[in-house]
Design a protein around this ligand. Structure first.
Ligand code: AMP
Ligand code: TRP
Length: 331
């Protein structure tokens, strides 16, 4: 084993192609060489208001999606965050090591809080500290994520360093970001300059892992295009064409330049047809397996409970050492 991986995904709606290409398919491969811990981060989800019943359903749905994509809960650890208390407990300690100025620089908070910054919850503001706690509670060496999480990971490294310096210890490992593959930032199908996201109001902006073949084909057919002849990669000039070429390359596991060459003289709609076929071919086995798993929610709960036990066995002792380092008396 070459290290310990930790990564997380929020249960705030169906997983989409961006989650799959930017993160989850890499998580599946990494299980071979790393001790892997994958977490459905429900505590992160409530930084924005959530309907309790929907949240409960989404936790199981995301767990099922991860298993359907190939995360093996016997080999790796799969659980939901709130079942392991060390995350919130360590977050408090780290909160006290994190200068407010560092949080003020976080661009995701600015995006999510929008103009209503004073009304955003303190949880949304301190979200990156909870994320640091997720990683540091396991002393994870590597964190595979999409491009959008890079800034949060830098904060986790800085916080680990600040703790070590303040207490004169070499306790926390500084976690390395792993931003893998070509599709580190999959863009919306409706606007090639915006990230594909669970929170986009238009369902046509994304391909969900739960979409059936017809829906996938229709969404790709309706995806925004441009009037230029032939397909070419030019992020500034042709954001939509570039995004679709990147998606094709990632799904086909081919270098982008090869895909670009293959479709250099294809028109947009012919290319979309090929992309739709490829998408359906790659995603339909996942969708089918997800449906099978979701038919038995009790089994998903058993898997998550087993994962929580294994996670707690690692994070519990690390938290007790942290408490000792900071000087808490322990029962
Ligand atoms: P989230 O849906 O925000 O919980 O993200 C889960 C994982 O998917 C993280 O590693 C993100 O970086 C990654 N991710 C989310 N959206 C995208 C996207 N549009 N393109 C690439 N990766 C993404
Ligand atoms: N903030 C991440 C996202 O929105 C999810 C996340 C929470 C995470 N904790 C993590 C990712 C720890 C990696 C490691 O995508």
């Amino acid at each position: 084993m070459s290290g310990r991986i930790f990564s997380g995904v929020q249960p705030t709606g169906a997983l989409h192609l961006g989650n799959y290409l930017g993160a989850i398919r890499h998580w599946v491969h990494l299980q071979q060489d790393y001790e892997a811990i994958y977490c459905v981060v429900d505590q992160h989800a409530i930084t924005l208001p959530q309907d309790p019943n929907e949240l409960r359903g989404a936790i199981r749905e995301v767990a099922a999606a991860l298993i359907a994509c190939g995360i093996d809960p016997d080999r790796s650890i799969l659980f939901n965050q709130s079942t392991v208390p060390a995350h919130a407990q360590l977050a408090w300690v780290l909160m006290c090591q994190t200068p407010i100025g560092w949080l003020n620089r976080m661009t995701q908070f600015k995006e999510k809080a929008g103009k209503q910054r004073d009304n955003a919850s303190a949880g949304l503001y301190t979200y990156p500290v909870l994320m640091s706690a997720d990683i540091l509670a396991y002393n994870a060496t590597h964190v595979p994520v999409g491009e959008d999480q890079k800034q949060h990971l830098e904060l986790a490294r800085d916080t680990a360093g600040a703790f070590n310096r303040q207490f004169g210890v070499e306790f926390f490992v500084l976690p390395e970001p792993m931003i893998l593959g070509e599709a580190t930032r999959v863009m919306s199908l409706r606007d090639g300059t915006k990230k594909m996201s669970k929170s986009d109001t238009s369902d046509y902006s994304r391909i969900n892992l739960t979409d059936d073949a017809d829906t996938i084909a229709q969404k790709i057919r309706k995806a925004k295009s441009d009037p230029i002849e032939g397909m070419s990669y030019d992020v500034a000039g042709r954001p939509e064409a570039s995004n679709l070429l990147t998606i094709y390359a990632a799904l086909a596991d081919l270098p982008r330049s090869q895909v670009e060459a293959e479709f250099a003289s294809a028109n947009f709609s012919a290319f979309k047809g090929r992309l739709a076929d490829l998408c359906v071919e790659k995603l339909s086995p996942i969708t089918t397996e997800m449906r099978r798993l979701l038919a038995d929610p009790a089994e998903i709960d058993r898997i998550l409970d087993r994962g929580a036990e294994k996670a707690d066995a690692i994070a519990g002792p690390i938290l007790r050492q942290v408490y000792d380092i900071v000087g808490f008396r322990q029962a």
